[in-house]
Design a protein around this ligand. Structure first.
Ligand SMILES: Cc1cc2nc3c(=O)[nH]c(=O)nc-3n(C[C@H](O)[C@H](O)[C@H](O)COP(=O)(O)OP(=O)(O)OC[C@H]3O[C@@H](n4cnc5c(N)ncnc54)[C@H](O)[C@@H]3O)c2cc1C
Length: 435
């Protein structure tokens, strides 16, 4: 359906990954014209799995693709952390009716291409998103009534605003924050996707499972209607090493995980080849906005994947940015200031929490035993309480989901940085939509 856009010049989004496409869809749903510039020859995602906390599903619901994503996802039954040395269970969080009703959505695992595909389909069908490939953004130049977005070969696009959703090595970030190449963390990931037949029979658990071993951890979970299993094994190595999706043979990988017991090693022995990735990390920064130019997702707040929240945060950013642009009625500098204020502490908390989780996963010697004891008296209830801050939808996400039934938050609790009460936020957004 052809719609009349609210903005004459487009909002340009650099990067058509999960964050960039979610942002394009959220803005277009509010009547903004958007151009997505993707450097690759085609829009796509890595052939690997991803975990999605309930907070990701709140975003999908707000973007109107919740049902589509759930259709392809595997709704797992537990989150497990096992001791890689002894094989004992350390953490067991049931993803049961109580979990789902507390957080309003499930925890699921899915293929990255399925989420990316759902977002791409949403952008294609809405009619206000111009999707361009082979378009690498190299920088920008602020102008009196907009921003000139620079592409290779001297090409410029004059935009109402620019969102840098261009990932870890963001060109837009370089101009706003200027902190250079993201440093290698020294944490090396080895990834593989296994077929169901190759997965050891006694390890086909309906769980997202993490084996915490000395200096290593191994994660596996089912994918694509149980046809596949995702495997990500991480080891703390040398920060001078590099890795960006190269092949790594088992002879390189297996000795690094040798302190783990037989069960996790039975999975590690399956792949004939792994893909090697050096994780890169930046600590939080206090500003990622410059007038009508801002950042989103990994460009703004890259994180280690140990909270399984990088993509979830990128998508929350996207909806928050769309809501604030709507509320500021296209005054993008005001909207981006508000967006950053709403997102800064939450995303920094996830970045820092992920670093701490890394220490906890990789504990060795007496520290490992202390870790296991700390978790020994937790209950599903106490885990759920500890996860509240991350899995409950922030007010601006609830406000964005106009079809959602109102849910009660715990007595009198207000989320830090929220634009007001949930009811107020919803009323404000609803009023805008009625205009
Ligand atoms: C091993 C591993 C496991 C993970 N597991 C999870 C998980 O379970 N759950 C979770 O939520 N997150 C997870 N993450 C994190 C998640 O993958 C990222 O946080 C997320 O993909 C970030 O999305 P993004 O859109 O911000 O950036 P990206 O996905 O990096 O997308 C950036 C896009 O911009 C394009 N681009 C780059 N530069 C330019 C330019 N100059 N001009 C134009 N286009 C450009 C790129 O080609 C790309 O398409 C994991 C990460 C890793 C490494």
């Amino acid at each position: 359906m052809k719609r009349t856009p609210r903005n004459e010049k487009p909002v340009v989004i650099a990067g058509g990954g999960i964050g960039g496409l979610a942002c394009a869809l959220g803005l277009a749903q509010r009547g903004f014209r958007v151009t997505v510039l993707e450097q690759a020859h085609e829009f796509g995602e890595l052939g690997a799995g991803i975990q999605l906390g309930p907070n990701a599903f709140h975003v999908f619901d707000a973007l109107g693709i919740g049902k589509l994503v759930k259709k392809d996802a595997v709704l797992i039954e537990r989150l497990l952390m096992m001791d890689g040395v002894s094989g004992e269970k350390v953490i067991d969080i049931p993803i049961d009716a109580r979990f789902r009703s507390r957080f309003g959505n499930p925890y699921a695992v899915t293929h990255r291409a399925d989420i990316h595909g759902a977002l791409l389909e949403g952008c294609r069908s809405i009619g206000l998103v111009d999707l361009r490939t082979d378009s690498r953004v190299t920088g920008f130049h602020s102008e009196a009534d907009g921003v000139a977005v620079e592409l290779g070969g001297g090409v410029r696009i004059v935009a109402a605003a620019l969102v840098g959703a261009d990932g870890l090595r963001s060109a837009v970030r370089e101009q706003i924050v200027g902190d250079g190449e993201p440093p290698a963390s020294g944490h090396m990931c080895y990834r593989a996707v296994l077929s169901l037949d190759d997965m050891p029979k006694d390890m086909r658990w309906p769980a997202a499972t993490l084996w915490a071993g000395p200096n290593t951890h191994i994660v596996h979970y089912p994918l694509r209607g149980w046809k596949l299993f995702n495997l990500v094994a991480t080891v703390v190595r040398d920060a001078t090493m590099s890795g960006h999706n190269e092949e790594a043979p088992p002879e390189e990988v297996l000795p690094l995980f040798a302190k783990n017991c037989a069960k996790p090693m039975s999975i590690m022995r399956v792949p004939k080849v792994f893909r090697r990735w050096m994780l890169r990390y930046r600590p939080p920064v206090a500003n990622w906005t410059q007038g009508n130019v801002t950042l989103l997702g990994d460009a703004a707040h890259p994180m280690l994947q140990y909270m399984a929240q990088g993509a979830c945060m990128a998508m929350e950013d996207a909806v928050c940015l769309a809501v604030t642009a709507d509320e500021a009625d296209g005054d993008f500098a005001a909207a981006f200031g508000r967006y950053q204020a709403l997102r800064l502490v939450r995303t920094a908390r996830v970045q820092l929490s992920a670093v701490m989780m890394g220490h906890m996963f990789h504990a060795d010697g007496i520290a490992r035993l202390v870790r296991n004891e700390i978790y020994s008296d937790h209950t599903p209830q106490s885990y759920n309480e500890a996860l509240d801050w991350i899995y409950r939808a922030p007010d601006y996400i609830v406000a964005a989901n106009l079809k959602a039934p109102k849910r009660k938050s715990p007595a009198g609790r207000k989320r830090a940085g929220a634009p007001g009460s949930r009811a107020k936020a919803k009323k404000r957004t609803v009023a805008k939509h009625r205009r």
